[in-house]
Design a binder for this molecule. Sequence first.
Ligand SMILES: Nc1ncnc2c1ncn2[C@@H]1O[C@H](COP(=O)(O)OP(=O)(O)O)[C@@H](O)[C@H]1O
Ligand SMILES: Nc1ccn([C@H]2C[C@H](O)[C@@H](COP(=O)(O)OP(=O)(O)O)O2)c(=O)n1
Ligand SMILES: [Mg+2]
Length: 239
Amino acid sequence: MWRRVASLSSLISSKRSSTLNQAAYSFKFFESFTTETPTQGKDGRFFKGKTPFITFVLGGPGSGKGTQCEKIVENFGFTHLSAGDLLRREIISNTEYGAKILDTIKEGKIVPSEVTVKLIRKEMESSDNYKFLIDGFPRSEENRIAFERITEADPDIVLFFDCPEEEMVKRVLNRNQGRVDDNIDTIRKRLKIFESLNLPVVNYYSKRGKLYTINAVGTADEIFEQVRPVFAAHEEFST
Ligand SMILES: Nc1ncnc2c1ncn2[C@@H]1O[C@H](COP(=O)(O)OP(=O)(O)O)[C@@H](O)[C@H]1O
Ligand SMILES: Nc1ccn([C@H]2C[C@H](O)[C@@H](COP(=O)(O)OP(=O)(O)O)O2)c(=O)n1
Ligand SMILES: [Mg+2]
């Protein structure tokens, strides 16, 4: 599996310049969203005195991140923050940036990191919990670096749901949630972005010994039996 990640990572150099140009272009739209300065110290002050326990949940579109997050919430008392849901909420609320976020998501592209990190941070700040599942984030090295810079926090655990592309496509096309990005054209684009931008993040956490790779094929319950021991090892999470 890691050979596959490495070979996919090597595709990045050829794609990187066009992807970065795209990112720079779309970033202009969001510039005024990005004026916040870091407020959290490493002592986790804004988490009401408790050091946050952060789990990043990674995997391609349709790999089952959201489904497994629900089970982790039920069993281990985490607060689930889905980056995609937070962005979709901005679209529905018709905020100043909603239309730009919608365009970006329709195109299968990634919203500028400062926008997404600001939404995640706001949720973390207003939560009474200290255990967070951050689902669908970071989707790029840029996302990862922005999170570190803005929150000064690091994940404790990174879950990666490893799923074959044809299975992801099948699941997304059957998802039936009325999402603008759940169509075959956008899925193809999202899978390309996933390979070029998300797999380097997976690789990064693997090298740092934080990655738990889960085989995402099987029933949701079977998959959860691989996830359970990751959290069960932390006694404090038993609810
Ligand atoms: N293990 C599984 N087997 C088959 N279908 C699944 C499985 N896990 C989730 N699904 C379904 O696949 C679709 C995508 O799952 P979801 O949890 O939304 O994935 P993600 O958040 O990674 O995009 C949903 O319709 C979900 O009900
Ligand atoms: N960190 C993130 C997460 C999601 N997005 C955007 C781009 C993604 O294609 C959409 C949907 O993300 P979401 O995590 O809900 O998608 P899946 O659950 O993987 O199907 O949101 C983003 O720009 N940055
Ligand atoms: Mg999801």
